[in-house]
Design a protein around this ligand. Structure first.
Ligand SMILES: [Zn+2]
Length: 137
């Protein structure tokens, strides 16, 4: 019952849910790994500082939301984001910058002649490093 201490690493309830960056054809923004809570990215946002401010708001909102107030997340309704792939690489011991590079190389091999997908992967890589620098993740 340490809801007031979301930073606590020893809290099993808190570690079971994660804020996830999700991108698909109809949605771009933050989601919860456990429920349908989401925080869509406003389309007019292009300035990096504005994006960081948005990320901070999303993180605060995420901490305050109660999964019980939202519908449970439906499994695999959304594809794996490039950001999740970067995070997995980082979890395997890659430096964030190397992880981003590797993910982009993988995407380039998986999706040849699909510049849109590659552009998206690069944009997510940049966002990932920006958030890391801002201390958001
Ligand atoms: Zn939730």
């Amino acid at each position: 019952m340490d809801d007031r201490n979301p930073q606590s690493p020893s809290s099993p309830e808190k570690s079971s849910r994660e804020i996830l960056w999700t991108v698909d054809r109809t949605f771009q923004g933050w989601t919860c790994s456990q429920c349908e809570w989401n925080y869509p990215l406003p389309t007019l946002l292009s300035d990096p500082e504005a994006k960081t401010a948005y990320d901070r708001l999303a993180a605060a909102n995420f901490r305050n939301h109660d999964c019980a107030d939202h519908r449970p997340r439906m499994a695999s309704t959304r594809g794996e984001s490039f950001t999740l792939r970067i995070r997995k690489l980082v979890a395997h011991g890659y430096k964030p910058k190397d992880a981003v590079e590797l993910m982009i190389q993988e995407v380039a091999m998986e999706s040849p002649n699909q510049p849109k997908i590659l552009t998206q992967a690069k944009a997510e890589g940049e966002d990932f490093l920006r958030r890391l620098k801002a201390g958001l993740i």
